[in-house]
Design a protein around this ligand. Structure first.
Ligand code: HEM
Length: 332
């Protein structure tokens, strides 16, 4: 990435198009959130400001004819599409322990024909912990370590929870679901509602998730104590060296009244569902120097056939990712 491209990315953050300014609310900006992440987790030059610890992977995706009925995206042409992937732990700590009760991430960049790109960046929780960028900012500010203890102030965290009910469902989910024993043994959820655009511009509201063909395998309570801080990367490298690891992409179709702009509210479980494709991960490696390291997995990067809703969190993500991306690529 040239300095010119970085400055263009940053310029697009400073001069926000009205869509972003409106959706995010005037008070929260990308630079503000990234500064808060740096306050909570420190600055690790050249690294992502969130989801800092991670592992690169490569593979392919093949879509189904069923999905092609709802979306004209080249993702669902039935031909294999190359994928650059990254698996990660949420938070800005590059040494986060792999047993942490925090979300795991799976980010995918699909390389479509004619140099088109589609991206997804998902978590292993069915809901997000913020209905607005403000809640994300407030949590990140509350996580800033107290200089006296080196840890977040429990009173501030308590006050955050009491004043941000939209954060509770994800926190409860994380508290009641042990983290996976491998990145390969976890489901990942798109969380936001997206629009599948079909023939004649027919719009279908959808949510998707990727379910591992080998099943979800959380760490047991005992393993949680003994697994150590750094097993996830090795487990993925070893698993893919033996054989490809696969996920089914499952898509739920929204019904009238289902929330479309609130990522903290999952849809009822009984929504019509179809298999939209298979993701096959064939290799994995440490992130330094690998293909995923320099990718900005902005989830607003979408090719024709899939479009965003007005979810303010989805729309805000672009500007936060651009700030983090610009900083890390320029060595900050
Ligand atoms: C206000 C809400 C959010 C903010 C401010 C935020 C911020 C960020 C930032 C700054 C990065 C690092 C970007 C980079 O340097 O490339 C990041 C990465 C990531 N985020 Fe978010 N995020 C938000 C919501 C979400 C949601 C809702 C999801 C899942 C649905 C998500 C999943 C991820 C994943 C998987 C990564 C790692 C991507 C990679 O591997 O490069 N984030 N986030």
């Amino acid at each position: 990435m040239t300095l010119k491209k970085i400055s263009l990315a940053l310029a697009s953050v400073v001069a926000l198009p009205p869509m972003f300014a409106h959706a995010a609310g005037p008070e929260v900006t990308g630079p503000q959130v990234v500064q808060a992440l740096e306050g909570a987790f420190g600055v690790h030059p050249g690294e992502r400001r969130n989801h800092t610890k991670g592992t690169c992977a490569l593979g392919e995706f093949t879509g189904t004819a069923e999905a092609a009925k709802y979306s004209r995206s080249a993702l669902f042409s039935g031909k294999a599409v190359p994928v650059v992937a990254r698996f990660s732990l949420a938070g800005g700590n590059p040494k986060a322990p792999d047993v942490a009760r925090s979300p795991r991430g799976m980010a995918l960049q699909f390389k479509l024909p004619q140099d088109k790109v589609h991206q997804m960046a998902m978590l292993n929780t069915p809901m997000f912990g913020a209905a607005s960028p403000q809640t994300f900012l407030d949590l990140t500010l509350a996580q800033r370590p107290d200089p006296a203890t080196g840890k977040p102030d429990p009173e501030k965290l308590k006050a955050f929870k009491a004043t941000h009910p939209d954060s509770l469902a994800q926190a409860q989910y994380l508290a009641s679901h042990n983290p996976p024993d491998s990145y390969a043994h976890s489901s990942y959820f798109g969380i936001h509602t997206f629009k599948f655009i079909g023939e004649k511009d027919k719009v279908t509201p959808v949510r998707w998730r990727f379910v591992p063909q080998g099943g979800d395998k959380p760490l047991g309570d005992e393993a949680l104590k003994t697994a150590g801080a750094d097993f996830l990367e090795k487990a993925l490298i070893d698993a893919t060296a033996k054989q490809p690891v696969r996920w089914d992409m499952l898509v739920s179709v929204g019904q009238p009244g289902d929330p479309q702009d609130d990522p903290t509210q999952p849809w009822p479980a009984n929504r019509p569902e179809f298999k939209a494709g298979t993701l096959t991960i064939t290799s994995a490696s440490a992130q330094k120097g690998a293909a995923c390291e320099t990718v900005n997995f902005d989830p607003m990067v979408m090719a024709d056939g899939i479009a965003p809703t007005n979810d303010p969190v989805l729309r805000f993500r672009s500007q936060a990712y651009a700030v983090s991306f610009g900083k890390r690529l320029s060595g900050q």
